[in-house]
Design a protein around this ligand. Structure first.
Ligand code: ARG
Length: 575
């Protein structure tokens, strides 16, 4: 099916309405919504209520007319009109059965593929990645997966902080200790702190650092080589984290990439009168942005020493993405704390005419990760939590969790315990993050994320493995008689309806940049499946029911596996 179910219902009903009331009637969007109460059917249209005024007709009359014209006979039972003017639809068993058997339930590819940029992860080099980058990486990866599944061409951009004044002091310090070759990343962090200390306390050092920045920016060979060494060192340590997370496909297009473009970007802004001198610096004023005192807040384009910073690099990056790459969607998966900065950048870029109509630029903001004490997650000594350690602990705890569970059931732990522990541990961390409303802060709790009770990754992974084991069991017996699905039992019907709504959940993730809609949906799939499995014997039933139910099991497993894959979470065939 090239469309999601909601899109299909909407399209059909829209043309029916226009046929009935004229092509120029104003219709609400969306026209159809899932009903809250199954008593009223599966989907409902409230358009009659809003049309009543414009058409000067009673809503019930309009609803009756709409119901008569709907033209959804193949998909739905005859619609039912209820006061004050709803038209309610119930999906037909026959249509659902065919649709489930058809497969491809997870994503409906867009008819208009676009180029998209997702800016995510984006740690600062010469510092270790911290938990603040965890959310960006996890959310960004899943949104990029969804965009790709919908058929868009996605650039997964790691906007690494690999440039800036801090590299001057790092280079100066590196010189002092001669060689960075044998520095481990932990040393680099300490190294960063030391450099920072010296920079603050030692005037001569500070001067040297300043000189090194200038040289670096001027393309001095020695400075460039030392910089590259530092960059390389930190990239290697970040790669350990990406490998552990199973996050791939990110292209490093860091801040340094845009440096050669900055003169031109600034010239463009000046030429358009968007950039003015202010106390020796060059700044852009953006309507609607003020500081705490209510004074206009400028975006610093160039500081009074002639240096370029974070903001102008972001302007160049946005210009490059929208103009050079031709991106129609540019997503910034960045913590909510940078909201003002990004809004100012977007607004200047728009004024400069770099964002063509039809291009959307979105800040996908997210909240903080909190410790169990409700404060920003930190180690006991108050340091940033190292991502590599956090993931390591998740995997260790997952291993224990699997071993305990096996013991409880007097089973042997799985042979591939390490792999199982990795899939469950990393999946739990990702899912705990993605299943939240991304704007809110959330409390990081190993106990909660590694529980089989509630909306967790292990719950879904176990549900998947259980279905796979049913299918394996079935494969030992009679081969299926045919692949048709029949939905005679209400529990079968409910399962089919939930499965068929999957692509709409994915569409909603895209519309709102909110992976939690897919989490909620997969959780529902697993729950509805479990009700089905309680009510409807599968292996013990007679043909052709057995084959039909096996097909439902297979479709459910497919939805869970492919849905979790969009979230960047792996499944296991056995647990
Ligand atoms: N490096 C920044 C940080 O760690 C995040 C960069 C986000 N992306 C961007 N285009 N500004 O805070």
């Amino acid at each position: 099916m090239p469309q999601t179910l909601l899109a299909l219902l909407d399209e059909r009903l829209r043309s029916a309405t226009q046929l009935a009331f004229g092509a120029d009637v104003e219709l609400p969007a969306p026209l159809v919504l899932p009903t809250r109460d199954p008593k009223h059917g599966d989907y409902s249209c409230a358009a009659a209520l809003s049309l009543a005024k414009a058409l000067k007709q009673p809503p019930m009359a309009i609803a009756e007319r709409l119901a008569a014209m709907a033209g959804l006979e193949d998909l739905c039972e005859p619609p039912v009109v209820t006061p004050p003017g709803f038209v309610n639809f119930r999906l037909r068993r026959e249509w659902l059965a065919v649709r489930v058997a058809e497969g491809d339930l997870v994503a409906a590819p867009t008819p208009t593929p676009e180029i998209a940029v997702v800016d995510y992860s984006s740690p600062n080099l010469a510092k270790e990645m911290h938990v603040g980058h965890l959310r960006s990486t996890i959310i960004g990866d899943s949104l990029a997966n969804v965009l790709a599944a919908l058929g868009h061409q996605v650039h997964r951009v790691n906007h690494v902080g690999d440039w800036g004044a801090q590299f001057g002091m790092l280079l100066a310090h590196l010189e002092e200790i001669r060689s960075g070759e044998n520095l481990g990343i932990r040393d680099v962090e300490a190294f960063y702190r030391e450099a920072n200390e010296r920079d603050k306390s030692d005037e001569a050092f500070h001067e040297l650092a300043r000189r090194r920045v200038v040289e670096l920016q001027a393309g001095d060979v020695a400075a460039r080589a030392a910089w590259a060494e530092l960059v390389d060192l930190t990239k290697r340590s970040n790669q350990v984290v990406y490998d552990a997370l199973g996050v791939g496909g990110l292209e490093d297009v860091g801040e340094s990439f845009y440096q050669p473009m900055l003169d031109e970007v600034v010239a463009d802004l000046e030429h358009q009168g968007l950039c003015v001198e202010d106390q020796g610096a060059k700044v852009a004023f953006v309507d609607g942005f003020t500081n705490r005192d209510g004074d206009p807040l400028p975006l610093i384009i160039q500081n009074r020493h002639g240096g370029y910073g974070y903001a102008v690099t972001d302007l160049a990056a946005l210009r490059y993405r929208a103009v050079e790459l031709g991106a129609k969607q540019v997503l910034y998966v960045v913590d909510a704390g940078q909201s003002q900065h990004l809004q100012m950048v977007f607004s200047v870029a728009r004024k400069a005419g770099w964002i063509a109509p039809g291009v959307t630029v979105r800040h996908v903001a997210f909240g903080l990760v909190l410790g169990e004490d409700g404060k920003r997650l930190r180690t006991r000594s108050g340091d940033n939590v190292k991502l590599a350690e956090l993931l390591g602990e998740a995997v260790d705890r997952a291993r224990q969790f699997v071993v305990n569970r096996a013991e409880e059931r007097s089973e042997a732990p799985p042979d591939d315990l390490d792999e199982v522990a990795r899939v469950i541990g990393v999946g739990a961390v990702k899912y705990a993050d993605l299943s939240q409303n991304r704007q809110s802060n959330y409390v990081f709790s190993f106990d909660r994320m590694l529980s089989l009770k509630g909306n967790t990754a292990p719950y879904l992974q176990y549900a998947y493995a259980r279905i796979r084991s049913i299918l394996r069991e079935a494969a030992k017996g009679q081969p299926p008689v045919d692949l048709a699905v029949a939905l005679d039992d209400d529990a079968e019907l409910a399962l089919a309806k939930t499965l068929v709504a999957t692509a709409d959940a994915v569409a909603r993730v895209f519309d709102e940049d909110e992976p939690n809609h897919l989490c909620a949906h997969l959780y529902e799939v697993a729950q509805v499946f479990s009700r089905f499995y309680e009510a409807c014997p599968v292996l013990r039933s007679d043909e052709p029911t057995r084959s039909s139910r096996l097909a439902l099991c297979d479709a459910t497993a497919g939805v869970l596996r492919d849905g979790l894959a969009l979230l960047g979470i792996d499944v296991l065939e056995r647990l």
